[in-house]
Design a protein around this ligand. Structure first.
Ligand code: HEM
Length: 222
C-alpha cells in the first residue's frame, strides 16, 4: 500500500498542477494545451496504464487489509483508545477510501471516459466539446469545456466533488505519513517533519481540487 500510495501522491501533484492552469482565465487555452499533451504523449499514455493498475492495486490492497483486520479481531475492542494519540482518520481509512471510490466513479464518468472513449457524459453534443482538431482520427476533446459543462449547472455535483475532496484530505493525512512508516522511516527528528509536510500536502492539494468546481460554479473562471 505504501508504494502504490506514494505513486498516487505524486500523480495528484501533477494532476492538480495541470488542472490549476484553468486559473489563468484564458478560456482554457493553456490548460487544454497541456491536457492534450498529457493525453497524446506516448510515454505519458503508457504511464497511464501503470496509473490505472496502481489505483486498482491500491484499492484491492486496502480491501484485503480491511478484511484481514476484521478476521484478526472479529469481536470489536470493548474500549476505544481515548488518549488522543489515535487520530480519527487513522481509524476511518476504510470509510474514507469508500467515499473516495464513489467520487472516482463519478469523476471518471464525467471526464476520463468521455475523453478516452467519446462523449458519453457530455451535457452538450460532442461537436461542441471538441477543439476542432484531430489526433489519431479522433476529435480532440475540449476538457476545459467539459469542466465548464459539468460544473456550471448542478449544485449537487459541486457538493459531491467538495465532499470527495474533504474525504481525500483526511485519507491523505493518514496515508502520507503511513507510507513513510511502511518503508521504515521512523526517526525522532524527521518523522515530525514528514508529518507536517503530509498535513500541508493533504490540505493544499484538497483545497486546490475543491476550488476548481467551486470556481466554475460561481463563474470565477470562464
Ligand atoms: C476536483 C477537481 C478535479 C478536477 C476538475 C479533475 C479533472 C480531471 C480531468 C479533466 C480528467 C481527464 C484527463 C484526461 O482525460 O486527459 C481527470 C482524470 C483523472 N482524475 Fe481528476 N480531477 C479532479 C480531482 C481528482 C481527484 C481528487 C482525483 C483522485 C483522488 C482524481 C483522479 C483522476 C484520475 C485517476 C484520472 C485519470 C487520469 C488519466 O487521464 O489517466 N481527480 N481529472
Amino acid at each position: 500500500m505504501g508504494a502504490t500510495g506514494l505513486f498516487l501522491i505524486t500523480f495528484l501533484i501533477v494532476h492538480a498542477g495541470i488542472n490549476s492552469m484553468i486559473f489563468f482565465n484564458d478560456g482554457g487555452e493553456t490548460f487544454n494545451h497541456w491536457g492534450h499533451f498529457m493525453g497524446s504523449n506516448f510515454i505519458i499514455r503508457t504511464m497511464e496504464i501503470g496509473l490505472m493498475l496502481f489505483l486498482l492495486l491500491h484499492i484491492v490492497e486496502g480491501l484485503l487489509l480491511w478484511r484481514q483486520n476484521k478476521i484478526a479481531r472479529p469481536v470489536k475492542y470493548a474500549v476505544t483508545r481515548t488518549d488522543g494519540k489515535t487520530k480519527w482518520y487513522s481509524k476511518s481509512m476504510g470509510l474514507l477510501g469508500t467515499l473516495i471510490l464513489i467520487f472516482l466513479i463519478m469523476h471518471f464518468y464525467h471526464f476520463w471516459i468521455p475523453s478516452r472513449f467519446g462523449g458519453m457524459a457530455n451535457i452538450q453534443p460532442l461537436a461542441e466539446i471538441t477543439l476542432g482538431q484531430e489526433y489519431n482520427n479522433q476529435p480532440v476533446h475540449n476538457l476545459y469545456k467539459e469542466m465548464q459543462n459539468v460544473f456550471s449547472g448542478n449544485l449537487i455535483v459541486i457538493i459531491f466533488y467538495v465532499l470527495g475532496c474533504i474525504s481525500l484530505c483526511w485519507h491523505l493525512m493518514h496515508g502520507f505519513q503511513s507510507a513513510f512508516q511502511t518503508f521504515g522511516v521512523n526517526h525522532k527528528r524527521y518523522t515530525p517533519i514528514i508529518k507536517a509536510v503530509g498535513v500541508l500536502y493533504s490540505v493544499g492539494i484538497s483545497l486546490l481540487f475543491a476550488s476548481m468546481p467551486v470556481a466554475f460554479y460561481f463563474g470565477w473562471v470562464n
